[in-house]
Design a protein around this ligand. Structure first.
Ligand code: GLU
Length: 505
């Protein structure tokens, strides 16, 4: 068979916020497409009107914009195969439903929900299949006239695929190898519902993958059980020759490693499972997002890329382009990937320290503005350079630097107990005099003068500096003391020591 152009798709159903596992699926599709010079499509699978959630589609598109995952075709972009929203493709699917019916590969079934419920209650493990279909109310058991009469009468019906029993169906999966399933365990799945004139997921998915010339279906492991049915559908529709290749990605597991990662794990352990914050339009519940939690999109991409795939290189930081160059499906693991969210923080830290001071300062400016603090950009740049290595997220900057902009209003009790000793007040009084005498208040010079004074008086450096820090910062934290004093300046430094002497009497 001639090499096909690589065309892959991400095909979410707009049923709510996009789970982080779905983001990883889209990312792998993107990396695969770009690696092979192919196309990535965004198709919205909204045939289940019961589960449609307003805003979900917009949320999905915004998420990928933020992450830098770009689609070549699809909803919001357009392309040769438009429309890309399945609810707008109704007429297309009907034709294939009719074809399957005409070929005797599908049949019409009228069984009401109550009738099916009764069967389930009466027959253990009931499923609609070769063994039971002849007891159903369907076009295989009713006469053609009766079927027509019911349809004309407006009776609700569905179209079911007719699965032949006892056949080994092979799925060739690029990650899992050959998976064989006996058709006896498959049921005659509903492909179409007359009530809303819409196909179900299975039919719409296969028809669209075919018409959109999809070469590879890369999706989550939860879809593996559907794959044998999909293989049969390709055959029934006469498209076996151009069937896409399958690749089912391993599950994302709970941080503890057992069981599938769920939203509840995020709530329980305090990490987001959605790319962006999401407000449920029905309940109003707000779920946190990676973006709003201060993650950098590059860090999220890097983190997710390595959850279930390994580049075969002993390194962990990769740009998007490097990921594209290295990506291959045969390095995707078969077993589930533990969602180590602490590792996610580490990635963000790594990306933060590699940002320029200018970029980090830009991230910090909105916070400063919000607090009503005016400070020259160059100073902010310098301040962030002092603390950058200590943070994982930009939203920790204020906590790490507030004392540069505002004098402490309180003194941390624990630090006071530990660091404010009997002779601290006297030493601080002397220090004020020393500071007053310094003309060049640069970090180097101030440090030299203060250290000389400490040495001359044979004071304990640790004790002096701890007390000094407490007066200026309010607690035992922050970068080098003289970097702080150089920025806030002589007058402010002295004023803070004086104020602390008052307050800590
Ligand atoms: N609409 C399905 C989903 O929500 C698509 C599954 C597939 O990729 O075939 O994930």
């Amino acid at each position: 068979m001639a090499e096909r152009k690589v065309r892959v798709r991400f095909a979410p159903s707009p049923t709510g916020a996009l789970h982080i596992g779905g983001v990883r699926t889209a990312l792998y599709n993107y990396l695969f497409a770009k690696k092979h010079g192919g196309d990535l499509l965004l198709r919205i699978e909204d045939t289940d009107s019961q589960r449609f959630v307003p805003g979900a589609e917009e949320y999905i598109i915004e998420s990928f914009n933020w992450l830098g995952i770009k689609f070549d075709e699809g909803v919001g972009i357009g392309g040769d195969h438009a429309p890309y929203r399945q609810s707008e493709r109704k007429d297309i699917y009907k034709k294939y439903v009719d074809q399957l019916l005409a070929d005797g590969l599908a049949y019409i079934a009228f069984d009401t929900p109550e009738e099916l419920e009764a069967k389930r209650a009466a027959i253990p493990n009931f499923q609609y299949d070769a063994r039971t279909r002849m007891q159903g109310v369907n076009s295989l058991t009713l006469s053609a006239e009766e079927v027509q009469k019911r349809i004309d009468n407006g009776d609700k019906y569905v179209v079911r695929i007719k699965i032949e029993p006892n056949e080994d169906v092979e799925v060739h999966d690029l990650i899992r190898g050959k998976v064989v399933i006996n058709s006896n365990i498959l049921d005659d799945k509903v492909l179409y519902k007359a009530a809303d004139q819409l196909p179900t997921y299975h039919l719409a998915n296969i028809v669209d993958d075919h018409l959109m010339e999809i070469s590879h279906v890369i999706r989550g492991e939860e879809w593996l059980p559907s794959a044998p049915l999909h293989v049969l559908l390709y055959r029934y529709l006469g498209w076996a020759d151009t069937m896409p290749q399958f690749a089912h990605l391993p599950l994302l597991l709970k941080p503890e490693g057992n069981g599938k990662l769920s939203k509840r794990d995020g709530d329980r352990l305090g990490f987001p499972v959605f790319p962006l914050q999401w407000k449920d339009p029905k309940t109003g519940d707000v779920s946190s997002g990676y973006r709003e939690s201060g993650y950098l999109p590059e860090a999220v991409v890097n983190f997710l890329a390595l959850l279930g795939w390994n580049p075969g290189i002993d390194r962990e930081i990769f740009s998007m382009q490097e990921l594209i160059d290295l990506f291959s499906l045969d390095r995707v693991s078969k077993s589930g990937a533990r969602f180590d969210y602490e590792k996610g923080k580490w990635f963000n830290h790594e990306y933060m320290i590699n940002k320029s001071d200018e970029e980090v300062a830009e991230m910090f400016m909105p916070t400063l503005k919000e607090k009503g603090i005016e400070c020259p950009f160059d100073t902010v740049k310098y301040i962030v350079s002092l603390v950058k290595s200590r943070i994982n997220f930009a939203n920790e900057l204020w906590d790490q630097t507030s004392f540069f902009f505002e004098a402490p209003t309180a003194y941390d009790e624990k630090s006071v107990k530990k660091r404010w000793k009997e002779n601290s007040p006297e030493m601080m009084r002397q220090l004020i005099e020393v500071l007053k005498g310094i003309d060049d208040f640069s970090a180097e010079n101030a440090e030299k003068v203060v250290m000389d004074w400490i040495a001359k008086n044979e004071y304990n450096t640790g004790l002096v500096m701890n007390s000094f820090r407490l007066t200026v910062v309010g607690e035992a934290k922050g970068p080098h003391m003289f970097d702080i004093t150089a920025i806030i300046g002589k007058d402010e430094t002295i004023a803070r020591v004086e104020r602390a002497l008052e307050a800590l009497k």
